[in-house]
Ligand binder design. Structure first.
Ligand SMILES: [Zn+2]
Length: 427
């Protein structure tokens, strides 16, 4: 494991590779697990007994969610956990269970919209398909495999402006009828399960029983801008934060009780067996405490940095922000505050976070939504509510949140990484 602080170049190169290797939450978890394995973390099975000794490094996986942690040298009840949370999912188009459609000699796949996707940018993109597939062998054994077609297999063509003269004024997207991506020309429907069997190289007799697949943009994440000021790519919300937390954990050399928790289903409210509004985190933490009293003592001394991207002020739509609270790209990570607890930040957690940032010479920005607009939310308040743990909501600023291609600054993620590394190290 490299304990050396990553340079900006190393950090951003790794970030682009992480984004490109992680088209779905399942892939993000697999990518993180591989990095944790390399660094000496061992996978724990929730069905087994655990033996977590001081200085141990472990991780636990539930589907598209992962929790990685180091066991501190000091008793847990004396210092509590330092938690960093993010989410692995992003809005996308998910394939329906019986997706095959045939219209005008064009084979298409029916999709559901997952999360609050900005739909217009999905048109005229080279799309690929990835996810997880459940396979039944000839003996009836059920196994799962990740799949990534890793090539352009579909497109959603726009309707030409000549056939819709009002397109630039009032085009709306009907998700049921306008979105099914075109995958083939011919007079037969594509058989998706058959295509998956071929793609996975299954032997005759093996059967694809079910799947969770989503379309994603084939265009790779990249540094962008005349002077490389931007990073653009899909799923910046919230894989940036997953990567920040992972690198901070791997390079912090924490002697304390550090926890990285990256959960699925945030974009649909987090209420699931694996999401932040489910029992996953509390079940894992309970098993690390020697008894119920120690668990309670640990929780009241713990704090959670919940990281999810923030809306940067958009030069063409600057009035969408409060004048004093419009974060700029590359001007530092953002503390997100909401008086109505849509964010869990308190004066205390913000003050402590400001100390950490100052020690790293990292500037911070503050976001409060316009008082006449509703406020988004994230895993921070949910986790704070479930565990009773002090929490701050932070994030790197970005444009075009929930678009198929989002834009952030090329400096902010590395700044939040440095703060998080210090946070995990306990200094
Ligand atoms: Zn998010």
């Amino acid at each position: 494991m490299s304990l050396k602080k990553l340079s900006l170049q190393e950090f951003n190169d790794g970030l682009l590779a992480f984004l490109n290797a992680s088209p779905t939450p399942f892939h993000a978890v697999a990518t993180m697990a591989a990095r944790l394995n390399e660094a000496g973390f061992t996978l724990l099975d929730e069905r087994q007994d655990w033996d977590c000794q001081p200085a141990g490094k472990h991780y636990v996986v539930r589907d598209g969610s992962i929790i990685a942690f180091t066991v501190g040298e000091q008793p847990l009840a004396n210092e509590g956990w330092r938690l960093f949370g993010a989410h692995t999912d992003s809005p996308c188009l998910k394939v329906k269970p019986r997706p095959e459609l045939l219209k005008q000699g064009v084979a298409q796949l029916g999709v559901e919209v997952y999360g609050g996707a900005l739909l217009n940018p999905w048109f005229d993109r080279d799309l690929s398909l990835a996810g997880r597939v459940y396979i039944q062998s000839t003996t009836g054994e059920l196994t799962s495999q990740l799949v990534d077609f890793s090539r352009s297999v579909a497109t959603i063509p726009s309707l030409a402006i000549h056939l819709d003269r009002e397109a630039n004024n009032e085009r709306k997207v009907n998700p049921q009828t306008d979105l099914p991506p075109a995958v083939l020309l011919g007079e037969e429907k594509s058989d998706l399960r058959q295509l998956l069997a071929v793609e996975l190289g299954l032997s005759a007799g093996d059967q694809v029983l079910d799947y969770e697949l989503c379309f994603y943009d084939r265009q790779a994440a990249a540094i962008c801008g005349l002077k490389g000021d931007f990073i653009s790519g899909a799923r910046l919300d919230n894989l940036l934060s997953c990567y920040i937390g992972l690198q901070a954990l791997l390079t912090s050399d924490s002697q304390g009780h550090a926890v990285l928790v990256c959960t699925d289903h945030e974009e649909v409210g987090s209420k699931s067996a694996t999401g932040a509004d489910g029992p996953f985190l509390s079940r894992v933490l309970e098993r690390l405490a020697p008894d119920r009293v120690a668990f309670s003592k640990a929780l009241v001394q713990s704090w959670l940095v919940s990281a999810d991207n923030a809306h940067a002020i958009h030069p063409n739509f600057a009035d969408r922000h409060d004048g004093n609270h419009g974060p700029k790209l590359n001007a530092g990570p953002v503390i997100k505050l909401n008086a109505n607890q849509r964010y869990a930040t308190s004066d205390e957690t913000a003050a402590r976070f400001r100390q950490l940032a100052a020690a790293e010479n990292v500037p911070l920005q503050d976001f409060v939504v316009r008082t006449d607009l509703g406020c988004g939310s994230t895993i921070g308040p949910i986790t704070a509510g479930r565990l009773g743990v002090k929490t701050i909501d932070v994030g790197v600023p970005q444009w075009a949140m929930h678009s198929i291609r989002e834009t952030a600054g090329s400096l902010d993620s590395e700044m939040l990484y440095r703060i998080t590394r210090r946070f995990f190290a306990g200094s």
